[in-house]
Design a protein around this ligand. Structure first.
Ligand code: GTP
Length: 414
């Protein structure tokens, strides 16, 4: 039985109920199978001063010894790096048949110098070069297998001072926040008491707010169900996450084997939400928001970078592309444009005509003047001839001989 329902949102979409099973309810499963076959990739950057436990936390997060134990830097000047060097380590990890290619971008040397003014530069350059590589790959003829090396999340380690953010933290965060999803964490939170952590978190958030630093805020889907929204709010309420890292297992007071750090007064459990926010950080990064982080990187951060880059290269964006086209308005616009063109042509023709008339008139006036002048000249000549003839006539009539005139003329010459 097919029942038509009301048109949705005023558009001509009719809702129908199906009588039997068609099969498109299986679409999510298709997507699931395809994604699992393809595998996933996730690139996370860790930024923070040396010794804050970055390597330990990454190993704890993915429950793997991704980072081999590091050689400690010696006192000799030639083995102390002069700048922040960027290193990336990739590993294929698998859980219940789902493959994840994890890449960790580390920033050794950050904050290690007497002058750390430019510490952020190699990090920003590295993020930009990853965007550039993706942009180049997108513009190639073959775009089938683009490898996404962009940084999807940046875990920023804050020293557990208990005071507030350091100027270096603020400077670096300000440089990074438009390019990556910033996730601030308080490193080695086991060195602070619960009250200290609470006060420190408030100060950090106040600093972040004061300096207009944009940190990752999770998805803002109004369409999500209440449970998902509550879960998201719960995770976000822990930012900046106070974390403790360790891959070493100990027996706790109940006799359970737990990952943690052992102190004379007891064991701090990494995976216990009562002890630290590690679980919430892992939940956000891996279990619930990994896709969101990747989407936000692609849709906002990369898009911003791309349009800024194209604008700086002189490629102007056509605002009309984003205007919704209304056929009636467009037709009216075209008509006005056509009328304007006609009016302009008419004015031009009138001008040319007037110019031609003026030229003709001046030519006519000139030839009229010439004619008058010639006429006057001829009239003068005729008048002169008339006077001569008149004189001759009078002389003949009075009978004066012509010779007399001649003789008199000869006499006068003598
Ligand atoms: P670099 O490689 O120099 O950048 O250091 P890192 O930030 O990677 O620190 P790493 O993980 O090597 O840890 C430095 C030291 O801190 C080690 O001795 C760790 O055992 C210790 N450590 C790591 N995480 C924690 C933690 O959560 N709490 C405490 N108290 N110590 C930790």
């Amino acid at each position: 039985h097919v029942a038509a329902a009301a048109a949705a949102d005023g558009k001509n979409i009719v809702r129908r109920k199906l009588t039997g099973y068609v099969g498109f309810a299986n679409l999510p499963n298709q997507w699931h199978r395809k994604s699992v076959r393809k595998g996933f990739n996730f690139n996370v950057m860790v930024v923070g001063e040396s010794g804050l436990g970055k390597s330990t936390l990454v190993n704890t997060l993915f429950n793997t010894s991704l980072y081999p134990p590091k050689e400690r830097k010696g006192p000799s000047a030639d083995i102390i790096p002069k700048t922040v060097s960027i290193q990336s380590i990739s590993a294929d990890i698998e859980e219940n048949g789902v493959r994840l290619r994890l890449t960790v971008v580390d920033t050794p040397g950050f904050g290690d110098f007497v002058n750390n003014d430019e510490s952020w530069r190699p990090i920003v350059d590295n993020i930009d070069s990853r965007f550039d590589a993706f942009h180049d790959a997108e513009n190639k003829v073959n775009r089938m297998n683009i490898i996404d090396n962009r940084v999807h999340a940046c875990v920023y380690f804050i020293q557990p001072t208990g005071h507030s953010l350091k100027p270096l933290d603020i400077e670096v965060m300000k440089r990074l926040h438009t390019k990556v999803n910033l996730i601030p964490v308080i490193a080695k939170a086991d060195t602070l008491t619960d009250e200290e952590v609470a006060v420190f978190k408030k100060r950090i958030l106040a600093d972040i707010h004061y300096h207009d630093i944009q940190i990752f805020e999770g998805p803002r889907y109004e369409l999500d169900d209440d449970e998902t929204i509550a879960e998201n709010n719960e995770i976000m309420s822990k930012v900046p996450f106070a974390v403790v890292g360790s891959n070493t297992e100990f027996q706790n007071a109940d006799g359970r084997q737990v990952r943690g750090r052992k102190y004379p007064w007891g064991v701090i459990e990494v995976d216990n939400e009562e002890h630290c926010d590690f679980v919430k950080l892992r939940q956000m990064l891996i279990r619930t928001h990994m896709e969101e982080l990747k989407e936000h990187t692609n849709n906002f951060l990369y898009e911003n970078y791309r349009s800024e880059k194209l604008t700086s290269l002189g490629v102007a964006q056509d605002p009309s592309v984003f205007k919704e086209v209304n056929p009636a308005v467009k037709q009216e616009e075209e008509r006005t444009l056509h009328e304007q063109k006609l009016a302009k042509m008419e004015a031009e023709m009138k001008m040319v005509f007037q110019q031609k008339v003026a030229e003709k008139e001046s030519k006519l006036r000139q030839s009229e003047d010439e004619l008058y002048a010639r006429h006057r000249e001829m009239k003068d000549q005729l008048e002169k001839q008339r006077v001569d003839l008149e004189e001759k006539k009078t002389r003949i009539e009075t009978g004066r001989p012509l010779e007399e005139k001649k003789g008199r003329k000869g006499f006068s010459l003598r």
